[in-house]
Design a protein around this ligand. Structure first.
Ligand code: UDX
Length: 455
């Protein structure tokens, strides 16, 4: 099957490469000449484990190619995927669909009759019908006779685990409004059915909502456990035990219950904000999602106080070693990372901040002015008053704590990912704070029982 993929950003590139690995013939198209040249030479512009090897394998096999020429890419393709960016529009929180509609309009001039135009970008409800309208409008303008179909195929890839998620998805969601489009979508994903991944066929609107609802639900789950962590800190519980205890209930499930400094990344902040806007536009306020956004934003700012408390109330003149600045491990992505709130606040407060991150420096240098970059945790902690663990990279999970402490001048350790056992860190000589564990504050006395009224 021949497929064109418009956009070689994160989603487009991972999807294109994985589809070619299924055995389909894939042409990826992007307007950025330099990017296309890099890809043609076997280079991968993003950090995603396993992607470079899979890309080269399929380029060599002749199944995967890259071009800047849209007409050449879509010629003979049975399906054309639109995987361009839908950033949050400045000012109003809506998803910016400029690139999606521009691609749709251009496609009207070059697709073959019968092509299915599939939107992979995350788009608000109604966008797929609008894509169909934009194509039809352009066809009418040019007088070109070209029947086509549309489909919605949202992605659920996690950065850092994208290939695994693509190859072994919990489900594939395809929104269609014709049997012809359903057939093409089923053919595209047939290789996955051998692995028993369910392909779910829905309406265009349901598919669009599923994507936003899934991400908003997960963001809510994280935010919920983060608030429970706050409660644990005040009353003396352990959020890890609480998460385990509720997660063993099959209706709740154990995943996405790790308390931390607040969610970040390219999807949750953007999609929750877009869903809130969609709700407002349709007079169906998404109150839970709106609250989640607010609670998460405040949380990132509150994390600064946690670090300041450890430093005796002020950052001025202190040296802090920050371990990890990407929004999560196994990615170089800094988008909406908690570090972008926390680190500038510390630098602004007069702290000297030394950062180390296995992949974050490339993007992070421009985003985090005023910090120094070190090769590893030990170098960053040299002479520091406190260590701040922000991203749970494997490199930071089994540090030699005594060695780390020996190079420092202070003894603070703020572990915002609950990587360490409090007893181990304390034994190495640190004053340790983490998230939602009884180490933070002593439990207050239980309220006195009400006297039982005597009748
Ligand atoms: C997410 C969704 O998982 C994916 O399905 C969707 O397609 C895109 O958005 P991603 O943003 O790559 O993927 O990362 P994910 O692993 O989901 O983490 C998102 C954020 O939540 C990170 O900042 C992470 O640190 C945080 N998180 C995640 C928690 O704080 N606790 C958790 O239990 C899980």
């Amino acid at each position: 099957m021949r497929i064109a993929m418009i956009g070689t950003g994160y989603v487009g590139l991972v999807s294109g490469v994985c589809f070619s690995d299924f055995g389909h013939e894939i042409v990826c198209v992007d307007k950025l000449t330099a990017k296309v040249e890099t890809l043609r030479a076997g280079g991968v512009p993003i950090y995603e484990p396993g992607l470079d090897e899979m890309l080269r394998r399929n380029v060599e096999a002749g199944r995967l190619s890259f071009t800047t020429d849209l007409a050449e890419a879509v010629k003979g393709a049975q399906a054309v995927f639109i995987a361009v960016g839908t950033p949050t529009r400045r000012g109003d929180g809506h998803a910016d669909l400029t690139y999606v509609y521009a691609a749709a309009r251009e496609l009207a001039d070059v697709i073959d009759p019968g092509t299915v135009v599939v939107t992979k970008s995350t788009v608000p409800v109604g966008t797929n019908r609008e894509v169909a309208r934009v194509i039809a409008e352009r066809l009418a303008e040019t007088g070109r006779d070209c029947p086509f179909e549309v489909a919605s195929n949202p992605e659920f890839l996690r950065e850092g685990a994208a290939i695994e998620d693509f190859m072994r998805p919990d489900r594939v969601v395809c929104g269609v409004d014709s049997e012809a489009a359903e057939q093409v979508m089923r053919d595209i994903y047939r290789p996955l059915s051998l692995r028993e991944a369910p392909v779910m066929i829905t309406s265009l609107e349901s598919a669009e909502i599923i994507k936003y609802a899934a991400n908003a639900f997960l963001a809510t789950k994280i935010t919920f456990i983060n608030e429970i962590a706050d409660l644990c800190e005040k009353v003396g519980g352990d959020v890890k035990a609480v998460a385990k205890g509720i997660g063993m209930d099959g209706r709740i499930g154990p995943k996405f219950l790790h308390a931390g400094p607040g969610y970040g990344g390219s999807c949750f902040p953007k999609d929750t904000s877009a869903l809130a806007r969609i709700g407002q536009d349709h007079s169906v306020p998404m109150r839970i999602v709106e609250t989640v956004i607010d609670v998460n934003d405040r949380r990132k700012r509150r994390m600064v106080d946690k670090v300041l408390d450890l430093l005796g109330g002020k950052a001025n003149g202190k040296k802090i070693a920050v371990l990890g600045v990407t929004f999560k491990p196994e990615t170089d992505d800094m988008r909406d990372s908690p570090s972008l709130t926390i680190v500038p606040a510390l630098v602004g407060g007069g702290a000297q901040v030394a950062v180390t991150d296995p992949e974050g420096r490339k993007e992070g240098e421009a985003l985090l002015p005023g910090v120094t970059w070190e090769a590893d945790a030990y170098a960053a902690a040299e002479g520091a008053d406190a260590v701040l663990l922000l991203t749970e990279w494997n490199q930071f999970r089994a540090l030699d704590l005594k060695r780390l402490k020996a190079g420092m001048r202070g003894d603070g350790f703020a572990d915002l990912r609950n990587v360490y056992d409090p007893a181990d860190v304390t034994e190495a000589g640190f004053r340790y704070v983490s998230i939602g564990r009884a180490d933070a504050e002593p439990a207050p006395a239980a309220p006195a029982a009400e006297p039982v009224p005597v009748k």
